[in-house]
Design a protein around this ligand. Structure first.
Ligand code: MG
Length: 250
């Protein structure tokens, strides 16, 4: 009887899985001509440039999309040519607009002249929702802890590979981020992140363990569905350019 019950539970479980799968696909017949087609998006002139449905956060013309994290005043980083540059001691900056799940493109460049070592060399960070840091660092021949090098989810997950370019060269991050879903203080669906650095996969749908901290184990604290994107001032004159974002359904 006991064995029969276990079998029954297994069969019921399997049927539930089949039923869930069929519910997803049964909405539409195969090749259903009434199924809505996806919206048309015009791609950028090259794959780094914003497609037609992207929100441009920085195109070299000014910092109007950004403000100081400290007091909400104008962002005080320098804008020159097509890039913005961190001005040490002016603090981190964040977008005026809030975002949740998204696709983000951002380009960054560490200083030509190498100064400092480890975490003190070309440090900045892309903070999704102001809480989850994808580390930015000069990790070209620069020893530091694995979960703090460039493209690490800071304090949690080193990148799959180190694909950093030499100092003074522009590098790209293409990030796909799914915001966490909370039930009270519990993250019932953790955030998930995929990162390509210079076109190479460095984070593969990593389930983020919580807010990233220095020397403190991450944990979740519930927060709003949408929050500003943050760029970190860490005392180094880092540069960023060509920043655009596409909000996604979670
Ligand atoms: Mg950092």
């Amino acid at each position: 009887m006991k064995i029969f019950s276990q079998k029954a539970v297994l069969i019921a479980g399997a049927l539930t899985m089949i039923s869930c799968a069929s519910q997803q696909s049964a909405q539409w017949a195969v090749h259903d001509s009434s199924r809505p087609t996806p919206p048309v998006v015009t791609p950028g002139q090259n794959d780094n440039l914003p497609p037609s449905d992207a929100i441009v956060l920085f195109d070299g013309t000014g910092l109007s999309a950004w403000k100081s994290c400290k007091d909400g005043s104008e962002a005080k980083w320098k804008v020159q040519d097509d890039y913005m540059e961190v001005v040490p001691k002016t603090g981190s900056i964040e977008t005026r607009q809030a975002f949740g799940s998204c696709q983000l493109h951002i380009e960054w460049r560490t200083p030509d002249v190498v100064q400092g070592a480890g975490q003190g060399r070309g440090n900045s960070g892309v903070f999704l929702m102001g809480k989850y840091e994808v580390q930015v660092l000069d990790s070209y021949d620069n020893k530091t802890y694995a979960d703090g090098q460039a493209a690490a989810i800071y304090g949690q997950k080193p990148p799959l590979v180190n694909v950093c370019k030499k100092p003074g060269q522009w590098q790209t991050y293409d990030i796909i981020f799914h915001a966490p879903v909370f039930n009270g203080d519990k993250a019932v669906t953790p955030a998930a992140i995929t990162v390509l650095q210079n076109g190479v996969l460095v984070q593969d749908h990593w389930q983020i363990e919580g807010t990233t901290f220095h020397k403190v184990r991450s944990q979740y604290e519930s927060h709003a569905d949408k929050l500003p994107l943050q760029l970190q001032e860490h005392g180094n004159p880092m540069r960023f350019r060509n920043i655009w974002i596409r909000p996604l359904e979670n």
